[in-house]
Write a protein that binds this ligand. Sequence first.
Ligand SMILES: [Zn+2]
Ligand SMILES: [Zn+2]
Length: 152
Amino acid sequence: MTKGYRNTVQRTQILDAVRAADSHLTAGEIFECVRRRDPRIAYGTVYRALHLLAQHGLVQELTFADQASRYDKRVDRHDHVHCLGCGVLVDVDVPVALIARHVAAEQSGFEVESHHTVFAGRCRECKGKRTTADARHNRAETFALADDEREG
Ligand SMILES: [Zn+2]
Ligand SMILES: [Zn+2]
């Protein structure tokens, strides 16, 4: 699990691309960045390396039910506002999210180890483009990042 991580040239390039970005990029976007420097790199290599970097806590993988995962250079606890129009993610620190964590632990009896709140809506740019048929704004979703290594 945390053993066996090797720092290859490609992994360093991929990690650098995540850290250099000023937004939360998808694997495809990171692949485009890395490919500019190393045209021979394969998408699968980038994809697997991102999972590995996330497993080792060097980046944070943010998953969304119906959209591509995005990768975050910030690995400390923080929350996100997610645009339903263009998919952009913006970092926010919401103090009340910490209260939500206690409530979740109390109601489920779980020992809650991590959590992450996603506020879904429209960014400034998409807000202007919103059609009347589209009333999905103001929807907030809260979910904990999966800690699937705890089982067994
Ligand atoms: Zn947007
Ligand atoms: Zn973030």
